[in-house]
Design a binder for this molecule. Structure first.
Ligand SMILES: Nc1ncnc2c1ncn2[C@@H]1O[C@H](COP(=O)(O)OP(=O)(O)OP(=O)(O)O)[C@@H](O)[C@H]1O
Ligand SMILES: [Mg+2]
Length: 359
């Protein structure tokens, strides 16, 4: 579980920006101190999700997508620690934003926020379903806690949501234990649990990876419907760039615990700036590509998470790296001229100043 600095050290003054963000993450840093060394899982992650919008979070395995989601919920597993950063959450448009990291992770405020205001679909379904309780009881528990004290109403609502996520015979599934379900059904049970309280923000960590394409399409439709119906915002973590193109409004591209580019979905797909984003997009098949055309692979491998890389973390794999610059100095986030919401962390872009600190 995450350890955070005491409340007194945490900022309670929100950053100024007129846009209606449901969540704004500022300079989030997470470390894992293990026996064999320190993993800098997040190295200053910042982004915002506007109300009612879907933010796609993409990047190779280990870049920090799940830890970002878990940090927002204050659920970083031991021995992880949030060592710096702010997470500003605003439930309603006119509310004053609250820095969630100023609350103790066991506080009533955090218990209220988890499940009721912010829900998470975890990457591994079995870690969040309790094997000792039926699926129906587990979903109903959250509804009884946050929505209605009446058991009959909660039961009807549970069955309805199980039907919505495409469960066959939801009345029977209500009384089943997690081990009696297939992997895809467990995934849907977990999605039902996350959606049952109609959260303001849904953090969906690879929610459809274990599902067949038909069920995946159904779940994506359901999330879109809820988004339209209740104005839910979604942080959508996925490896599937096709799903990002279909589902997301904005995209954050992560590499080694940093956001290297953020922009609208069109800007990412049609005008990618960071060499890593360009390489990611080249490594997926396109409609119309010739049958014998080889897909491009990103050269090299992701650096060892225990190692520290000087300069830009992508420079050892970057085809455009400038010797003496990219290998020495870390680029700061720069806004692209003419599109202020499109930012990139790369020395190739004018206006990019450099940080003198090592990574
Ligand atoms: N319990 C842990 N102990 C040590 N390091 C950890 C632990 N959990 C995560 N990490 C490290 O934190 C970094 C970010 O992990 P995270 O799970 O967020 O990656 P991810 O982007 O979600 O990857 P994937 O796409 O494979 O799910 C990785 O380098 C990982 O090794
Ligand atoms: Mg993950």
């Amino acid at each position: 579980m995450a350890d955070v600095a005491p409340v007194a050290q945490r900022s309670t003054t929100p950053p100024t920006d007129d846009r209606d963000y449901v969540i704004r993450v500022e300079d989030l840093q997470v470390r894992f101190h293990t026996q064999i060394g320190e993993v800098r899982a997040l190295n200053g992650v910042s982004f915002g999700i506007p109300r009612g919008k879907v933010l796609g979070v993409v990047g190779e395995s280990g870049c920090g997508k799940s830890i970002t989601g878990l940090s927002i919920m204050q659920l970083v597993p031991h021995p992880g620690r949030i060592v710096a950063g702010e997470v500003w959450f605003r439930e309603k448009k006119d509310d004053q934003p609250k820095n969630l990291l100023s609350y103790d992770r066991h506080s009533n405020e955090m218990h209220q926020i988890r499940g009721k205001n912010i829900s998470m679909i975890f990457q591994e379904p079995m870690t969040s379903l309790n094997p000792c309780y039926t699926v129906g009881n587990q979903i109903m528990e959250a509804i009884l806690l946050h929505q209605t004290p009446r058991a009959e109403e909660a039961r009807a609502h549970t069955i309805e949501i199980l039907r919505k996520v495409g469960m066959p015979n939801p009345e029977r599934i209500f009384g089943s234990y997690p081990h009696q379900l297939s992997g895809g059904m467990r995934q849907r049970a977990m999605i039902a649990m996350a959606l049952s309280c109609t959260p303001v923000l849904l953090i969906a960590d690879e929610p459809t990876t274990a599902l067949d394409v038909t069920t995946e399409a159904q779940i994506l439709d359901l999330m879109r419907d809820l988004q339209a119906e209740i104005g839910m915002s979604i942080m959508f973590v996925t490896h599937n760039l096709g799903v990002v193109a279909q589902t997301c409004d904005d995209v954050v591209v992560m590499y080694l615990g940093r956001v290297v580019e953020r922009a609208s979905v069109d800007e990412i797909f049609y005008e990618p700036k960071h060499p890593y984003t360009v390489a990611l997009l080249r490594s997926i098949p396109h409609l119309g590509s010739r049958r014998k055309e080889h897909l491009e692979v990103i050269q090299g491998t992701i650096p060892d998470p225990y190692a520290t890389v000087s300069g830009c973390p992508f420079h050892p794999r970057c085809p455009s790296a400038v010797a003496g610059l990219c290998d020495r100095l870390a680029p700061v986030e720069t806004a692209i001229e003419g599109s202020p919401r499109h930012t990139v962390r790369c020395h190739l872009y004018p206006g990019s100043t450099v940080e003198t600190v090592a990574n």
